[in-house]
Design a protein around this ligand. Structure first.
Ligand SMILES: [Zn+2]
Length: 219
């Protein structure tokens, strides 16, 4: 579904299956953010077609972090046509504990490396001017992706509607997560698009959501 011009969301609605929300940014070619589990990628591509997007235009995959439920679907795509990027720490995480993690989920360990890293700061991706916030706490290589022009923040598993990412996985830290959340909370955000569950829409609702998170988890 279209969120606003240039931003599309493919939220996961079946709670019985483990998967994550996928997002698409429409620039000079499409950026696919977190394709989720490989077996559901065809469903996402169908939903994209319904929104008037051509899956063949996907030229970049950006992972918010390297947990299997977000990145298993990377391997669906042809590595010659679609470039893969994530934070350097996300790839390091894979090389350290990724094997265990993928087998825990009964998934094949990805043999594909990132074509380049997206570590933080101002980044031009597919001709879009984005800001990347390194956001450790849920996972050491987590990033949040901000598109200032659209006031859109894709928060991965850092902040959800009414909740925060788990910190009991390897490399997790509640204190780090709190700091990461304080870096994104002051941004002007109209659409908070998290890695799981529903999105938060409207700047007041987004502010209230961060206030709730502070009270519930960090006070
Ligand atoms: Zn995760």
């Amino acid at each position: 579904m279209k969120v606003c011009d240039g931003v599309y969301a493919y939220p996961w609605t079946n709670m019985m299956e483990n998967n994550c929300n996928t997002y698409v940014l429409d620039g000079d070619g499409l950026i696919l953010i977190d394709p989720g589990l490989k077996r559901y990628v065809p469903d996402i591509l169908d939903a994209m077609k319904n929104d008037g997007l051509n899956p063949k235009d996907i030229s970049t995959i950006l992972n918010t972090h390297s947990h299997p439920d977000h990145m298993d679907g990377n391997s669906y795509f042809d590595r010659d046509k679609v470039k893969l990027t994530m934070h350097e720490e996300a790839e390091k995480f894979l090389s350290q504990v990724g094997g265990q993690f993928f087998s825990m989920f009964g998934l094949e360990f990805p043999d594909r490396k990132a074509d380049y890293f997206t570590n933080g700061g101002d980044v031009e991706l597919n001709n879009l001017s984005l800001k990347i916030f390194h956001s450790p706490g849920h996972s050491p290589g987590s990033i949040c992706i901000y598109w200032p022009e659209k006031k859109v923040l894709i928060s991965g598993d850092v902040a959800f509607s009414g909740s925060i990412g788990r910190t009991d996985f390897p490399g997790g830290s509640l204190a780090e997560l709190g700091k990461s959340i304080e870096r994104i909370a002051p941004l002007e955000i109209e659409y908070l698009l998290p890695g799981h569950n529903e999105m938060v829409q409207g700047s007041d609702a987004v502010k209230s959501n961060f206030d709730f998170i502070r009270r519930a988890f960090f006070s």
